[in-house]
Design a protein around this ligand. Sequence first.
Ligand code: ADP
Ligand code: MG
Length: 256
Amino acid sequence: MARRRQVYEGRGKVLFEGTEPGTLVQYFKDDAYVQQTRKAGTITGKGVLNNRISEYLMQRLGEIGVPTHFVRRLNMREQLVREVEIIPVTIVVRNIVAGGLAERFAMPEGTTLPRSIVEFYYKSDELGSPMVTEEHITAFGWAHPQDIDEILTLSLRINDFLTGLFLGIGLRLVDVQLEFGRLWENEHMRIVLADEISPDNCRLWDLHTNEPMDKDRFSKDLGRVEEAYQEVARRLGILPESRPSDFKGPDTIQQA
Ligand code: ADP
Ligand code: MG
């Protein structure tokens, strides 16, 4: 079999040319990296779990009409996606104060925000992903005002849907980091959700203990990192050991 052409190697994934025109293969690695502290390491099994988790969440989002790049999972570590023109802006939607927001305003982590806050960051490792406003995005030609409107609407919808989905399995969605891209179909352009949604780019806290169940366990050396990724997949009902016939769906908790 001909060797696939590698298109890009990032911190957490490798992109290969896809099997069909206009597609890419996302290969999920176990590598973990924290931009702020430059901490690098490995989380064993993370790639397999994130591949599954992102597949599951993108499919659920697709079902409520959110356009995504996801096509299908190919194997344990790879999924086929539509190739998009990535908009170089990371969108962060925050529901609870944590991480950078807590630092910037010297606020205690864990405060529930009265409304979700949306932030934009320019996607650049070298520059440390600086925060930007809509003014920068339009002035630098990264996106048109109508694209930003579309991205904002989609981001809030994704955040609301994921908040409810995670709450149902006993997890608080503290914040989520999203990437969008342009998908061209003839002359028509659509903005679609790209990249991944996983504990690498969602802050998830256990509803009852507030224990982080995401990459912060690695970033902050909290231990039991692998277990946290497994637990998220388990609660979603998608542990990779289970065969398709074993899929039982999410373990919905009952409110007391
Ligand atoms: P990074 O270190 O840049 O975050 P990752 O390891 O996350 O990279 O690898 C994924 C890369 O692929 C990201 O740069 C992301 O913007 C890009 N990407 C994600 N989905 C798509 C897509 N559908 N088409 C093209 N590029 C994509
Ligand atoms: Mg990335």
